[in-house]
Ligand binder design. Structure first.
Ligand SMILES: Nc1ncnc2c1ncn2[C@@H]1O[C@H](COP(=O)(O)OP(=O)(O)OP(=O)(O)O)[C@@H](O)[C@H]1O
Ligand SMILES: [Mg+2]
Length: 304
């Protein structure tokens, strides 16, 4: 199977804090790959490194064999400390999206005042080769078609984009909410709308940062099926961060566990679940919490 995304000795430091330290993993084509770890483990930082929101402190990242990020200790435009006009420059986030990596955010980012339909349509325009302004030009007025002959073609393209928007909204179960302003959607649907927007950009690799956050167990299960369907229908590879263990264990082909920025374990869901280090990192804290809870409970009982 083809390697889609490869992280090699990836490190990110913020001043004295190593948010991600020496992380190496490879995601194969068609895989649903889980990235898990306790709060502050560095998961979102890894997404920000892949999507060029942050630059690497060390290491490199490649996508379908092409290098998309590399550590440059001297800053952009330098090779071995010498300024070079044609040195490799870090890509910008929109260039990463153009290469076929799109994402959703842990803290939802939508056009809050636009409708559900408009939110997806604007994303569709980003992958089309004309501007939003051109898309709103009236096109079926003969005089305009005469003065601007290309406007007819644009109208056809616009119709196709609207069709694509409709299909994406139907797939995500958002069609009934198409005229609702994004800010008024329930939290779970806003997360789905973010996925629709990410899909509108025609990705090859989809990054999902806690897509089930704020969803109830039922919605989480439905989301799991949906992600699998998206992977199959769109022929995608998926990298997903989640705290819902049921979702991760039931959905992923492979899982990578981070703890304090470092690799703790990697393998199939079964291998990871039975790894003593993982059990300690997760269940250890869960047991402590339970103990704390019990103690607090005893205190309450005593008070009563
Ligand atoms: N821009 C930044 N500047 C300084 N420190 C940062 C920055 N971004 C992240 N960090 C730190 O890096 C560490 C990892 O953060 P990150 O957001 O990647 O964790 P996470 O695994 O996504 O956690 P969570 O499960 O809570 O979302 C944290 O200690 C965080 O405070
Ligand atoms: Mg995070």
């Amino acid at each position: 199977m083809t390697d889609v995304l490869k992280l090699e000795q990836v490190t990110k430091r913020f001043g004295g804090l190593t948010a991600v330290g020496d992380v190496t993993f490879t995601i194969k084509e068609g895989e649903i790959f889980g990235l898990i770890g306790p709060n502050g483990a560095g998961k979102t930082t890894i997404f920000n490194l892949i999507t060029a929101v942050y630059t690497l402190t060390e290491g490199k990242i490649s996508f379908y064999g092409e290098q998309i990020a590399e550590a440059d200790p001297y800053g952009p435009g330098f090779v071995n400390g010498i300024k070079r006009r044609f040195a490799w420059k870090p890509l910008k986030p929109f260039q990463i999206a153009e290469k076929g990596i799109t994402r959703t955010f842990q803290n939802i980012r939508l056009f809050k005042k636009l409708t559900t339909f408009e939110n997806v349509l604007t994303a569709c325009h980003r992958s089309a080769n004309y501007s939003l302004f051109e898309s709103i030009l009236p096109r079926r007025i003969p005089i305009i078609n005469y003065v601007l002959p290309w406007s007819k073609t644009l109208w056809r393209e616009e119709t196709e984009l609207r069709k694509k928007t409709e299909e994406l909204l139907k797939l995500m179960g958002l069609w009934d909410y198409r005229d609702m302003v994004a800010a008024n959607l329930p939290y779970g649907l806003q997360r789905k709308l973010e996925i629709a927007r990410a899909l509108a950009l025609d990705p090859k690799l989809l990054l999902l940062d806690e897509p089930a956050a704020g969803m109830n167990p039922e919605e989480t299960l439905a989301l799991m099926d949906l992600i699998r369907r998206i992977r199959d229908d769109f022929g995608l590879t998926v990298l997903i961060i989640e705290h819902h263990m049921d979702l991760i264990m039931g959905l992923c082909d492979k899982i990578f566990v981070l703890n304090f920025g470092k690799a703790l374990a990697e393998g199939t869901p079964a291998q990871v679940q039975n790894n003593p280090k993982v059990v300690e990192a997760y269940l250890g804290s869960a047991e402590e919490e339970a103990k704390d809870g019990e103690e607090a409970g005893e205190g309450d009982a005593a008070d009563a």
